[in-house]
Design a protein around this ligand. Structure first.
Ligand code: ADP
Length: 437
């Protein structure tokens, strides 16, 4: 079945509504006109009966029926009006002479009015009637006019309505044709925005905002793919170079062992990177599920600090746990949360020189990792959660992939929370995660 376009549907509804309105209008007008015409005839009848009563009264005493009949015919002769006038006595007998009756035809309509008269000692009923011919003709004319005016008005209005809806929907066609040409390759293209201040402008603007978000997302994915390939290429090159070098000539078993050790080290590096990438890919696909349960944040903090105690001591850093005096319970995934703390403590230890201090604390449902290290420059702070971002790359410190904080943030987001960072060059850093209780 062919789909009906919006403009056709709009026009059809408009025409149907207009037809109904015209029919109602025509019907109401024709009823009102008929009522008016009948009221006019009724008024004429009443006047005629009144005239007859006055004429008979003016004649003074009428003594018998013969005199009454004469008066009646005189009145009729003096006041002809194309209708009928008759006097009947109480027994129903007619008083002559008969009125000059208009020829009664089949199909003609008459309106009748009566009035009681006292005359010659008797009570009579005067019956006056007038044909409705004139009213019928006017009504028929009016209805005839309606009969061709309604379709004519309807036709003109429908054509106009179709033209108007086509005009109003023209920008939709333009938007559609541009939108059809937009794909992943030319996401920077934008839909023309009509400056009409109406729904269509809002729609075009909304689509452009969607395109902007899509473009940014695609750009991020492209950057991510390119960064990931780049990161993977370095260890792969190293593995190949080490293997090539070892195979170039016969070597001592110890040399082979050393080469294999280097290869294993690089492979380990690649495994860690691939796992981080997999984690982020899963998070992007919405597959990062956390199983929430009541987690004791005090014990978690203590565990993580104990786990890093040896590394901190070796680096000459004071690592301390500050736990809440009350039980600090939060709804969270204990393992995922431990991973976040490991990333944050690892970073803090990496960026704090000997003699510095790293504090891990739980306060209510807020976890904080604070250090007295190098800090993050203000220009880098907004980017530290981005994938592959390393604020200190130029300084050659660290040696991570720049994925740790992105992973920590994805875990926080899976908990419906966010990690916030406060820092500045030389003032240390403070990372906080507020969980739900
Ligand atoms: P990386 O694997 O390089 O540590 P992260 O995503 O964990 O990657 O961190 C991104 C960058 O943020 C780091 O390269 C580092 O420059 C900066 N950063 C993170 N934590 C700290 C910290 N505690 N002190 C100073 N700089 C930090």
């Amino acid at each position: 079945m062919r789909r009906v376009s919006i403009r056709q549907r709009l026009t059809a509804w408009y025409a149907a509504a207009l037809l109904l309105a015209l029919l109602l209008f025509g019907g109401a007008m024709s009823v009102a006109l008929e009522r008016r015409l009948v009221a006019g005839v009724t008024a004429r009848l009443t006047l005629r009966l009144q005239g007859l009563a006055s004429a008979l009264e003016a004649e003074g005493e009428i003594h018998d029926r013969a005199q009454l009949a004469t008066e009646l015919s005189e009145f009729l002769r003096d006041n002809p009006d194309g209708g009928q006038l008759e006097l009947r006595d109480m027994a129903g007998g007619s008083i002559g002479p008969a009125a000059p009756l208009a020829p009664v035809q089949r199909g003609r309509k008459f309106l009748t009015a009566t009035r009681t008269l006292r005359c010659a000692g008797e009570t009579f009923t005067a019956i006056a009637s007038l044909p409705l011919d004139e009213a019928s003709v006017i009504l028929a004319d009016f209805r005839g006019l309606l009969l061709w005016m309604i379709p004519a008005v309807l036709a003109v209005a429908t054509v106009g309505g179709y033209w108007l809806s086509s005009r109003a929907l023209k920008p939709v066609d333009e938007i559609t044709s541009v939108a059809r040409t937009i794909g992943v390759r030319n996401l920077s293209q934008r839909i023309p925005t009509p400056a009409t201040g109406d729904e269509l402008q809002r729609m075009a603007e909304t689509w452009n905002a969607v395109l902007e978000r899509l473009e940014a997302a695609v750009q991020r994915i492209r950057q991510f793919t390119s960064d990931a390939s780049h990161e993977l290429r370095t260890p792969l090159t190293l593995i190949r170079a080490t293997a090539d070098l070892a195979l170039r000539r016969e070597r001592e078993p110890q040399e082979y062992r050393e080469s294999l050790r280097q290869i294993a080290h690089e492979a380990e590096h690649m495994t860690a990177l691939t796992e981080s990438l997999l984690h982020l890919a899963r998070a992007d696909a919405g597959g990062l599920t956390v199983t929430l349960s009541a987690v004791d944040l005090n014990s978690l903090v203590k565990e993580v600090v104990e786990q890093h105690a040896a590394v901190a001591e070796a680096q000459g850093i004071e690592l301390q746990a500050r736990t809440d005096a009350h039980a600090a319970m939060a709804q969270a995934d204990a393992e995922a949360l431990r991973r976040v703390l490991l990333i944050l403590v690892d970073n803090a230890l990496k960026h704090t020189p000997a003699g510095g201090r790293v504090t891990v604390s739980a306060e209510g449902t807020v976890l904080t990792v604070e250090d007295t290290g190098a800090g993050i420059p203000a220009a880098s702070l907004p980017h530290v959660f981005e994938r592959f971002y390393r604020a200190d790359e130029a300084r050659g410190a660290g040696g991570g992939f720049g994925l740790g904080l992105a992973i920590a943030q994805s875990i926080a987001e899976a908990h419906g929370a966010r990690i916030t960072a406060e820092s500045g060059t030389g003032v240390g850093s403070r990372f906080s995660l507020a969980l739900r209780s």
